[in-house]
Design a binder for this molecule. Structure first.
Ligand SMILES: Nc1ncnc2c1ncn2[C@@H]1O[C@H](COP(=O)(O)OP(=O)(O)O)[C@@H](O)[C@H]1O
Ligand SMILES: [Mg+2]
Length: 219
């Protein structure tokens, strides 16, 4: 489903490698934890998986298809690709840009061209599941860190992607929020979603991981 073949990455041609000759393979329905120190390349790898960055060398394949700059040029392919894979960013602020929580959650389904009734159904379901119905008319920008995190997760949920990628989703969540997150991720797993999580949270790791991929700064 998701395959890195000898992937290397550096941000510019003369910068040091952030990722060096990394290979791994993730099967459909697997839950994989990216672990490693800060600066070890976990977020960079998730951006490659989401087609936001491209390998400097080596190949990244998604469902058998090589994902490179050319393939991801604005097209039916890239649009469809982004509907199959959802990304919960480390910092929720970078992914929230709509005027209300409702619009934020409706944005993806609207892009997909779904009928208005279906959009409403998905948004209401997500508001309920994330326990944020009361925030429906709020401006996402003004919410607390934990609320922003929930809105960001809800905005991926309304897209219903088959692959979920989450970058340190535990940050900004309090104790209850983290318990909720572990249950939510487990529910994704039971729903046979493919789930990639960059996390320092040992509980998530031991509860959910089918595979652990260790990141280390190349020397
Ligand atoms: N846009 C960027 N330009 C240049 N270097 C970057 C950029 N983003 C991250 N880096 C560097 O890449 C390395 C890996 O970062 P990152 O992938 O964020 O690691 P992690 O998520 O494991 O903390 C760090 O040294 C970081 O400073
Ligand atoms: Mg990171």
């Amino acid at each position: 489903m998701i395959e890195f073949q000898q992937v290397s990455f550096r941000y510019t041609g003369d910068a040091p490698y952030i990722i060096h000759r990394m290979s791994f393979s993730i099967a459909k329905g697997e839950c994989v934890i990216f672990s490693g120190d800060n600066g070890s390349g976990k977020s960079t790898a998730l951006k490659i998986v989401n087609g936001l960055l491209f390998p400097s060398e080596g190949e990244y394949r998604f469902a058998g298809q090589a994902i490179d700059r050319k393939q991801m040029e604005p097209s039916a392919f890239s649009k469809e690709f982004h509907q199959k894979i959802g990304f919960v960013f480390q910092n929720p602020e970078v992914q929230l840009f709509n005027a209300s929580v409702f619009d934020e959650l409706a944005f993806g389904p609207r892009q997909m061209g779904l009928p208005e009734a279906e959009i409403h159904r998905r948004v209401e379901d997500a508001l309920r599941l994330l326990d944020i119905s009361r925030l429906r008319d709020c401006v996402p920008y003004a919410l607390s860190g934990g609320e922003k995190r929930r809105v960001a997760i809800a905005s991926v949920l309304t897209m219903n992607p088959s692959v979920w990628t989450l970058d340190e989703p535990e940050t900004f969540l309090d104790e209850n929020g983290r318990v909720w997150l572990a249950e939510f991720l487990d529910a994704l797993k039971r729903a046979k979603k493919t789930v990639l999580i960059a996390t320092h949270d040992r509980t998530l790791q031991s509860k959910l991981a089918d595979q652990i991929i260790a990141f280390r700064r190349p020397t």
